[in-house]
Each structure stands twice: as structure tokens, then as C-alpha cells.
Design a protein around this ligand. Structure first.
Ligand code: GDP
Length: 461
């Protein structure tokens, strides 16, 4: 891949569409000089970094807009290159005209992610931070936002950097043993190495485990609404979804593309799965409906089982619960047992005896009774309150894979220590673990290794 960092790139940095202002960003060696060619105001090339200037942008004699230009002189910018941010009036026409003007004067349209790619290549961010920027932009709930922000600020990388440094130390010791192989020396104490590997393994496994939670934060908690036909599943789904939409549209002046079948409660995203299935259950015979339920449960973290006590006997529900509990336990998910239609008196009367099945939440989807309570129960079941803000959570599949490979190489190192293998095999496995850890942050392992050997062992030589 050719990176063409000598080229200056331009793109709209704010969302497309009409807004009070739009921000167009340029990055590259010519960012300031290209802007200066079409800017009427001060001479931008003579200004300090981190200053803002008012003026007009012109294509020949034609004034396109009055703008504010912010200057970031290399390397004091996001990409470490010269960066210009033009705040213009937020009309599609103005924005397109300015971008065209910049291209005419020597810039080129930026590709997706190119600003962040440059930040990475120029050392402003490591890979996991660069990925976190993408997550941050895409985050639509408070918890996803926090996760991305923490990762971007280096929480994730710092923990890994620490691990790698400790490993590099041992790798270099063992590398040294290879140089003295005829003398049968052991620079790397095998007991200490084993302790270190075990300690690292503990952190790596914790990071791997955190993925489940990271994934939930990023993609939403998968919830399935199950129950016999006509118990009110679609009514409930619509109530939950509409509440969310109503809240969103109540905020004056905001428009938002609500993702279908998702709601956000107190910053936690819930994703209702197989809602198409819910909507068409009316046609499905009961037995089949129950069967389908079990399939859906496998991919959900919370099962909301809805029933109408007039339509289900205690014995029948008990049998269903027994089956459900089995699947839920295997799947490590949670069950909420919910009686619907409690606005009807017969339903309330029919409920006696059911309490022996455990906690039952009484709601009326139609009358919106106890919906708030149901939402609180969903939040409780999601169990995200245990997230420690300072704790590193892995949410990226690429990181997970690298961590899993690290774990595998670490266990080979352990095996090598316990069943003594020659130093070169041990060195190879350690190098591999270092490589996979480095894959996450994008650091080059071999250079680190060489530098470390050099700094530690060329004493006076
Ligand atoms: P689904 O087949 O489980 O998705 O059930 P629906 O949501 O289609 O509802 C079936 C019928 O029950 C519809 O006529 C709803 O209006 C009605 N219904 C749903 N919830 C309630 C409720 O809380 N109270 C009453 N009285 N009727 C309800």
C-alpha cells in the first residue's frame, strides 16, 4: 500500500448535510500554503500554530464564504502534519465548493480513515488507539463512548506495553544465552521467567475474558422476547422502542436515526433480536413457537419470557421454565419472567399460585403499566454496573485474536520451561508472544529486542 504522505488531503470533518457550521480539514505539507492561496485576510503562512483567523475564501473573484481558519503547524497536530481546519457555513453547496477549490489548488480528497492513519504512521497514536478513534466516532451509548475514550487515551496500550517490556527483558537474556551457547550459561533464571509468564498469562486471560463485556458494550446487550403467540410480545417491543423514540424526538432540534430494534437505557444499549420472528409469531403453532424460543435464547444475554396466566397453566409454565433454565444456564444468560395484560382483572386473578415459580414482574404492555420497572430489571440483568472505569476492557476482535495467540505462545513457553527445551526454542516462543502483543499496539518487536539487548549488555564493549 502506497501511503503518499507527501500529498495534502482534504475532507469534510463534520457530518454531511445542513448545519450551522461545517468544518473542512486539510492535512499534509501543503495544507497551510494551499489554504493561503484562496484565503483573503492575513497571510496564513506567517501565523503561529494554534491560532484562528477570520477571512473569506475566494475562487478568483468569486467569494464562496466567510470562514474561520484554525492553524495547527506540524508536528503539533492530530496527524503530526500541517493541519488546517476551516469552519464555514454549513451548506452542502458551500462545503462542496470549498473542497473543490482546495482540490483545484493542489489537495486531494482524503480516503476513509486517512487522517487517523497518518496520525498512526507519524507516531501520534498506536494501532489500538487509532481503532478506538473509530469506535469513539461510532459510539452511540454512554458506555460504548467511555470504553472507546479510555482506549484512545492509552489505557489499553499502557497495560500491554508494560507486559511487553517485562517479556522483552527475558527475551534478551535468553538471546544472550544463545551467544554463549558453548559455555552452558543461564542468564535468564527459569523460575523467575516462569513466575513472569504466569503473571502475564493472568492479565492476558483477564483481557480475553473482558471481551465478552466489551462486545456487549459496543454492540448492545442481546435480548429476546419470548412467549406464546398473542401474549403481547410485539406490543411490548413497540412500547419499549417507542418510549425511546419519544424521548429522543422530545429534545428540541435533534434528529437522530434510531437504529431499529435497539434502545438505550441509562447509557446501556439493548438490542432486541429476532424481532421479525416476534412480529410473525401469530401464525406459528404453539409447540413450534416454544422450539424457536430455544434457538433464539442461545444468542441472547437476557430472555424476557412473557405469559398470560389465563392461557398457560402453572404446570405447563413450570415445565417451560425447567427447560428454559437448562438452556439459560448453559448459555450464562438471564431470565425475566413477565406476566402481561394485568390491566385485565381475570389476568390478575389467574396469577395466584404462579409466585412459586420465582419472581414475576406484572406488566401491561397495552396500558404501559410497570414498563419503567421492566426497564430497571433489564438494566439489572445486564449487570454492567460492575464495569470498573479504570479497568481495561477489550472490545475489538483483532485484539482478542492477538491476545488468544499470545496466550497460546505463553503456554508453549511454560511448557518449554517445565520440560526443558533448548534456549533457542524458548526464545522463539517468547518472540512469538511478543510479536502478537505488538500486533495490537502496532509496535515492531525485533527493533525493541535489539535495542534492549544493546542497552543492557554492551557494557563497556
Ligand atoms: P404477540 O403475538 O405475542 O406478539 O402478541 P401481540 O403483541 O400481537 O398482542 C396480541 C393481542 O394482545 C393484541 O390484540 C394486543 O392488543 C393484546 N395485548 C397486548 N398487550 C396487552 C396488554 O397488556 N393488555 C391487554 N388487555 N391486551 C394486550
Amino acid at each position: 500500500m502506497s501511503l503518499h504522505q507527501e500529498e495534502t488531503i482534504v475532507a469534510l470533518a463534520t457530518p454531511a448535510g445542513i448545519g450551522a457550521i461545517g468544518v473542512i480539514r486539510l492535512s499534509g505539507p501543503e495544507a497551510i500554503s494551499i489554504t493561503n492561496k484562496v484565503f483573503y485576510g492575513k497571510n496564513l503562512e506567517a501565523q503561529d500554530s494554534h491560532t484562528i483567523h477570520f477571512g473569506t475564501l475566494r475562487d478568483g473573484d468569486f467569494i464562496i464564504d466567510e470562514v474561520l481558519v484554525s492553524l495547527f503547524v506540524a508536528p503539533k497536530s492530530y496527524t503530526k502534519e500541517n493541519v488546517v481546519e476551516i469552519s464555514c457555513h454549513g451548506s452542502d453547496y458551500i462545503i462542496a465548493s470549498i473542497i473543490k477549490l482546495m482540490i483545484k489548488n493542489g489537495a486531494r480528497a482524503a480516503k476513509a480513515g486517512e487522517f487517523t492513519l497518518r496520525a498512526f504512521l507519524n507516531g501520534g497514536l498506536d494501532l489500538s488507539q487509532a481503532e478506538a478513534v473509530a469506535d469513539l466516532i461510532a459510539s452511540s451509548s454512554k458506555s460504548a463512548h467511555q470504553l472507546a475514550l479510555q482506549q484512545m487515551r492509552g489505557g489499553f496500550s499502557n497495560e500491554l506495553k508494560n507486559l511487553r517490556e517485562q517479556l522483552i527483558h527475558f527475551a534478551s537474556m535468553i538471546e544472550l544465552e544463545l551467544d554463549f551457547s558453548e559455555e552452558d550459561v543461564e542468564f535468564a533464571n527459569r523460575d523467575q521467567l516462569k513466575q513472569l509468564i504466569l503473571a502475564i498469562n493472568k492479565v492476558v486471560s483477564r483481557l480475553i475474558q473482558s471481551f465478552e463485556m466489551g462486545n456487549v458494550i459496543k454492540n448492545g446487550v442481546p435480548v429476546v422476547i419470548a412467549g406464546k403467540p398473542n401474549v403481547g410480545k410485539s406490543t411490548l417491543l413497540n412500547v419499549l422502542l417507542n418510549e425511546e423514540r419519544a424521548i429522543v424526538s422530545d429534545i428540541a432540534g435533534t434528529t437522530r436515526d434510531t437504529v431499529e430494534d435497539e434502545i438505550t437505557l441509562k447509557g446501556v444499549r439493548f438490542r432486541f433480536i429476532d424481532t421479525a420472528g416476534i412480529r410473525e409469531t401469530a401464525d406459528i403453532i404453539e409447540a413450534k413457537g416454544v422450539e424457536r424460543t430455544f434457538e433464539k435464547i442461545k444468542s441472547s444475554a437476557i430472555v424476557l419470557y412473557l405469559f398470560d396466566p389465563r392461557e398457560t397453566s402453572l404446570t405447563e409454565l413450570k415445565a417451560i421454565m425447567d427447560d428454559l433454565h437448562q438452556v439459560i444456564q448453559e448459555n450464562n444468560s438471564k431470565l425475566l419472567l413477565v406476566a402481561n395484560k394485568t390491566d385485565e382483572t381475570q389476568v390478575n386473578n389467574a396469577l395466584t399460585g404462579f409466585e412459586s415459580l420465582g419472581e414475576i414482574l406484572n406488566i401491561s404492555a397495552k396500558e404501559k403499566y410497570n414498563i419503567q420497572l421492566l426497564e430497571d430489571e433489564l438494566l439489572k440483568a445486564a449487570n454492567l454496573s460492575q464495569i470498573n472505569k479504570d479497568e481495561v476492557i477489550v472490545s475489538n476482535i483483532r485484539h482478542l485474536e492477538a491476545l488468544q495467540k499470545t496466550e497460546a505462545s505463553l503456554s508453549r513457553v511454560l511448557h518449554g520451561i517445565d520440560n526443558p527445551v533448548t534456549s533457542d526454542f524458548l526464545a522463539m516462543d517468547i518472540k512469538q508472544a511478543l510479536y502478537y502483543l505488538g500486533e495490537i499496539t502496532g509496535t515492531v518487536t525485533t527493533d525493541d529486542l535489539l535495542e534492549n539487548i544493546f542497552s543492557k549488555f554492551c557494557i563497556g564493549k
